[in-house]
Design a protein around this ligand. Structure first.
Ligand SMILES: N[C@@H](CCC(=O)N[C@@H](CS)C(=O)NCC(=O)O)C(=O)O
Length: 281
């Protein structure tokens, strides 16, 4: 391993404006809005401001699953927030999410409207509001929340750690790639062992924990997330692959993953979603 390092941290840090790397242009060391920007509001109570990234898909999959159960109160308008163009720093968006990240939700069925940010909080809120996909019995609920919060704590090592250094950083550095690959492989093994004798993460029932974990770890083993299938030897996580494929086959998942998609094959784009018929286009 090459241990050469030409960097000595200065006394006081200041932003590096030269190194670059994908997403460098959207990183800032301060919070808050950069510009005034009103957000559109559609006709449904639920107004989602998001993008079809793994964190965004969690919410649209849940909404589509709720609608598939016939819960019409889960109808929603979904509007795209283009994070590469800085929409997350617009004034109306920051008023919903002071952390400037998608997904963000406004529920206009309350007065004043209820604002929500953090995908895990949004999943719990919607599952409780519509009494679905989050078990009510205390032990089963505890198991579901444990796996849901496992995802919230683990995925930043996958996305911000492994994905960033393996796929997006301007150069391949061995130290961070080794560190985060070790952790991501351990996480994949955690999931694989749990799924060895369970159909879904919490048992026989499909819950919001599966919906939170699938876009990240399902994406890693089935799809092209970070183009790392071979590098991580994802085929060796047999139970995880079986679980990921079962979830991928659900029609609501197929719909949810298209909502607010503004990249990839043209036929999969669906920048806005206002009704079920939008998927027919
Ligand atoms: N913990 C947050 C993470 C959300 C997040 O990182 N969103 C990304 C897209 S996947 C984002 O909006 N990034 C924009 C930025 O960092 O400026 C959640 O689960 O909601």
């Amino acid at each position: 391993m090459d241990h050469s390092n030409n960097y000595t941290p200065p006394q006081v840090w200041s932003p590096d404006t030269e190194t670059g790397g994908r997403f460098a242009s959207i990183n800032r060391p301060v919070a808050g809005a950069t510009h005034d920007k009103a957000l559109p509001v559609g006709k449904h109570s639920l107004q989602l401001y998001s993008l079809a990234t793994p964190n965004g898909i969690k919410v649209t999959v849940l909404l589509e699953e709720l609608l598939a159960l016939g819960i019409t109160g889960a109808e929603y308008d979904a509007w795209p927030i283009n994070i590469l163009e800085g929409d997350q720093f617009g004034s109306d968006f920051v008023a919903i999410n002071p952390n400037s990240k998608i997904p963000a939700l406004l529920d206009h069925s309350t007065s004043p409207p209820t604002r929500l940010f953090e995908s895990g909080a949004i999943l719990v809120y919607l599952a409780e509001k519509f009494a679905a996909f989050l078990p009510a019995a205390p032990s089963a609920r505890a198991e579901c929340l444990s796996w849901l919060f496992w995802q919230m704590g683990s995925a930043p090592y996958l996305g911000g750690g492994f994905g960033h250094f393996y796929a997006y950083a301007p150069e391949k550095w061995e130290y961070p790639i080794n560190r985060f690959t070790m952790e991501v492989k351990r996480q994949l093994d955690v999931l694989d062992r749990n799924l060895a004798d369970r159909r879904f993460l919490c048992g026989e029932d499909y819950t919001i924990a599966d919906m939170a974990v699938w876009p990240w770890y399902g994406g890693l083993v089935l799809d092209t997330l970070y183009d790392a299938q071979e590098f991580l030897d994802v085929g060796s996580y047999r139970h995880l692959n079986r679980w990921a494929r079962e979830i991928q086959a659900r029609p609501a998942v197929q719909r949810g993953r298209r909502v607010n998609r503004i990249w990839g094959p043209e036929e999969e784009h669906l920048p806005e979603r206002h009704s079920a018929s939008d998927f027919e286009r």
